[in-house]
Design a protein around this ligand. Structure first.
Ligand code: S3P
Length: 173
């Protein structure tokens, strides 16, 4: 039996797109921490940042992650900043299937440049913001992950194959 498979990594690494495809291949439900927060609050993430700041959003994210990891097996895509809270690092460390989807800052920038839904990138210089976040967070993703998959050059289907193979998962017949 597969336990939860948790995808971590920065904005624009492909967590949602790869997560959905991986879930399908493994016949597991797909869950997404950002989506669950929006469902629970009934407002977009940008509104939560406006009303409660990043700290308020992180508290909500922590509750949702605790809920997701204790539920039955699923592929779970997480928000890029989930690894910033100690409590979340503990929850992730307790899991054996944590996948770091890695992307260069350049790919992240190309994939997110027209995005209006990520509050941390609504600045005059989103590239500089992505660089700074990468410096702070990439070592944490690396430390928490059981495997690392580079999503820069390869297709999503190839990344899915790599995850299944490297984690030694079994696909349903
Ligand atoms: C964030 C990443 C976003 C979302 C929020 C904050 C971050 O998720 O949780 O905007 O701090 O890196 P994605 O990684 O899915 O874009």
């Amino acid at each position: 039996m597969n336990s939860a498979i948790i995808l971590i990594g920065p904005m624009g690494a492909g967590k949602s797109s790869i997560g959905k495809r991986l879930a399908k291949r493994l016949s597991l439900p797909y869950r997404d921490s950002d989506q669950l927060i929006e469902e629970k609050t009934g407002v977009p993430i940008t509104t939560i940042f406006e009303l409660e700041g990043e700290a308020g959003f992180r508290q909500r994210e922590n509750k949702v992650l605790a809920e997701l990891v204790s539920a039955s097996a699923a592929v779970i895509a997480t928000g890029g900043g989930i690894i910033t809270l100690d409590e979340n690092q503990k929850l992730l460390s307790a899991n054996k299937h944590v996948v770091y989807l890695k992307a260069s800052v350049n790919s992240q920038y190309q994939r997110t440049r027209n995005d209006k839904k990520r509050p941390l990138l609504q600045t005059n210089d989103p590239l500089a913001r992505l660089k700074l976040l990468a410096e702070e967070r990439n070592p944490i993703y690396r430390r928490l992950a059981n495997i690392t998959i580079n999503t820069d050059q390869q297709s999503m289907m190839y990344s899915v194959d790599e995850i299944i193979q490297e984690l030694g998962l079994h696909e349903p017949l």
